[in-house]
Structures are given as structure tokens and as C-alpha cells.
Design a protein. Structure first.
Length: 200
């Protein structure tokens, strides 16, 4: 159980880092604060999943640094494409779209984003993960188990509630949404509106 709690905390750390990375990038581009993702918490699970996958597979590579980076780019690209397909099938909307950028594939991935995510993946694997591993050594197994359990309840409650409202959004707007356009911001506004209605 402690090992599972620790693994979840790694997942959460990668997810929070990814949320911060995307939020900062969007804030710089749009010159205003934009919270990425549709979940209410400061996390983007695709980064958490990506970090776990990279830590599982890339650590076993005995490749020169440049080939290691190319392998990370490849894994991130495949993960992004598959995530785009799965999320669109599940929710009926696009969560990101690179159709306006050069060298894209079906608007789901593009070369420039893949390179950027590859560099982020390298940072997560070789900088963030060792730092976080050292950080966790300051806590006992019981503390890790308790904190991991609490955060798991908070995270999965967010996923369940926000995910339910996101599905409601896709049903309410079925047939009225552009097939190839990022709908993340509209979904987040909808989720927030529904949550305010529930908590009043």
C-alpha cells in the first residue's frame, strides 16, 4: 500500500507540474492567466500518466543522450495522439487542436508540440523525479500512506464530478460543436458553472 501511495504521489507531482507548465505557457501567449484542463484542481492527468510511462520504460534505455531524447519525444507523441482519440470518443469534443500549425497530424499532434513535450518529458524524468524522490525521503511510510490516500480521494472526486459535468456538456451541445476545435476552455467554464449551482 505504501508503494502504491508513493506511485500516486509521483503521478500527482507530474500532473501538477504539467498543469503549471501549460498554464504559464498559455498565460505568456494570451497575456492573461488561463487555467488549463477541465478539472478543478491544479493538475493535468495526461502529464502524470506520461511521467509514469517514461519512468517505467526510458530508465531501461542505455542510449546516447540525443537518442534518449528522441525516444522520449516518440513516447510523448504516441501518448498525446492516443489521449486525443480516447478523450474525444469519451466526451465527444476536442481537448486540443493543432490544425492551425504546420506539420500536424489530424490536428491531434504536431512536430513542434512533440519536441516541446519531449523536452518537458526529459525535465520530468531527469530533474523533477530525482528531486521528488529526495523530497519524499523526509517523510515516514505512514505519512506517505496517509497523505497519498487523502490526495487520492480529492483527485478522484474531482475526476468523477468534473468528468460527469464534461459529459453533460458534450450531450447538451451534441451536433452544435465544431468537430476540430479546442473546447477545453468552454468545458471548464461549464463545469465551474455547474459546480457553483450544486454548492449554492
Amino acid at each position: 500500500m505504501v508503494g502504491l501511495a508513493e506511485l500516486f504521489l509521483y503521478f500527482l507531482a507530474y500532473s501538477i507540474f504539467g498543469w503549471a507548465f501549460e498554464t504559464i505557457c498559455c498565460a505568456v501567449i494570451e497575456k492573461k492567466l488561463v487555467s488549463r484542463g477541465f478539472l478543478m484542481g491544479p493538475w493535468c492527468p495526461i502529464y502524470g500518466l506520461g511521467g509514469i510511462i517514461l519512468a517505467t520504460f526510458v530508465d531501461d534505455f542505455t542510449l546516447p543522450p540525443i537518442l534518449n531524447l528522441l525516444a522520449i519525444i516518440g513516447i510523448c507523441t504516441v501518448l498525446e495522439y492516443l489521449s486525443s482519440v480516447v478523450l474525444e470518443k469519451l466526451f465527444g469534443v476536442r481537448w486540443w487542436d493543432y490544425s492551425g500549425m504546420s506539420l500536424n497530424l489530424n490536428g491531434r499532434i504536431c512536430l513542434w508540440a512533440s519536441i516541446g513535450f519531449g523536452m518537458v518529458g526529459w525535465f520530468v524524468l531527469f530533474v523533477l523525479r530525482p528531486w521528488f524522490a529526495k523530497f519524499l525521503t523526509h517523510f515516514s511510510e505512514l505519512e506517505i500512506l496517509i497523505f497519498g490516500g487523502i490526495m487520492a480521494v480529492v483527485f478522484f472526486t474531482d475526476v468523477l464530478v468534473s468528468g460527469t459535468f464534461a459529459i453533460s456538456y458534450s450531450r447538451e451541445h451534441k451536433g452544435r460543436m465544431p468537430k476540430r476545435e479546442d473546447q477545453t476552455r468552454e468545458i471548464k467554464k461549464y463545469v465551474r458553472k455547474r459546480l457553483r449551482g450544486v454548492t449554492r
